[in-house]
Design a protein around this ligand. Structure first.
Ligand code: TYD
Length: 191
């Protein structure tokens, strides 16, 4: 993982931009994520180690994954196999589209669900929060997925025009798997 302030060593189109902050000793607002925190920008080049958040395999984590690409003169093809490119069987696929630029999706965490999120078209920001660490990752390439474990609060916003957010999920939809209240999520993180 490289962490460089605003480094530009590859074409912008080949980069996945993120921002990271350790909020362990910073006061925070209840409810929606506050963006008034001192973020450090991190930058990842596709084809390299795309990084893990937080930088430890212990506990809830998120990871940027490079997906296979089959390019030829007719365009590019990417594919994802459950148990191979994601560490779970794919039980559900859903997608967000026609999202107004000012809208925020998500605003919840999951007790058991794992997901892979892909910007199939356009771009959007994914705000991640483990209860201790926060990070904002912009997804903008259809061959990069963001793998999110259970117990990570996420919000998705800043959709570009035509942005499509594809989600592969490890479980069918189950409302009982959600934490929709941030305080309840924090309590669960600390228990
Ligand atoms: P929600 O998960 O809150 O959406 P988002 O995280 O994108 O903001 O779901 C919004 C509504 O859609 C909610 O009423 C539940 C319903 N829904 C399903 O019926 N099936 C699904 O697979 C998903 C993800 C949501």
């Amino acid at each position: 993982m490289r962490v460089e302030a605003g480094a530009q060593t590859a074409r912008d189109s080949d980069r996945v931009m993120g921002m990271i902050a350790d909020v362990s000793d910073i006061g925070r607002e209840e409810g929606r994520l506050s963006v008034a925190l001192p973020y450090v920008q991190a930058s990842y080049a596709v084809g390299e180690d795309l990084g893990l958040f937080p930088p430890s395999d212990d506990g809830p984590s998120a990871r940027l994954m490079r997906l296979p690409v089959v390019p030829d003169a007719r365009g590019k093809l990417s594919f994802i196999e459950g148990g191979r490119h994601v560490p779970f069987d794919i039980a559900r696929v859903y997608y967000l589209y026609d999202v107004p630029a000012a809208a925020t999706r998500g605003g919840h965490a999951h007790k058991d669900l794992q997901q892979l999120i892909i910007a199939l078209s356009g771009s959007f920001d994914v705000k991640l929060d483990t209860g201790r660490f926060r990070r904002v990752v912009q997804l903008n390439r259809p061959n990069v997925g963001l793998l999110i474990s259970s117990m990570i609060w996420r919000e998705i916003d800043n959709f570009s025009s035509g942005g499509i957010c594809l989600v592969l999920a490890s479980m069918p939809y189950e409302e009982a798997d959600y934490y929709r209240d941030y305080g309840a999520f924090l309590n669960a993180c600390r228990s």
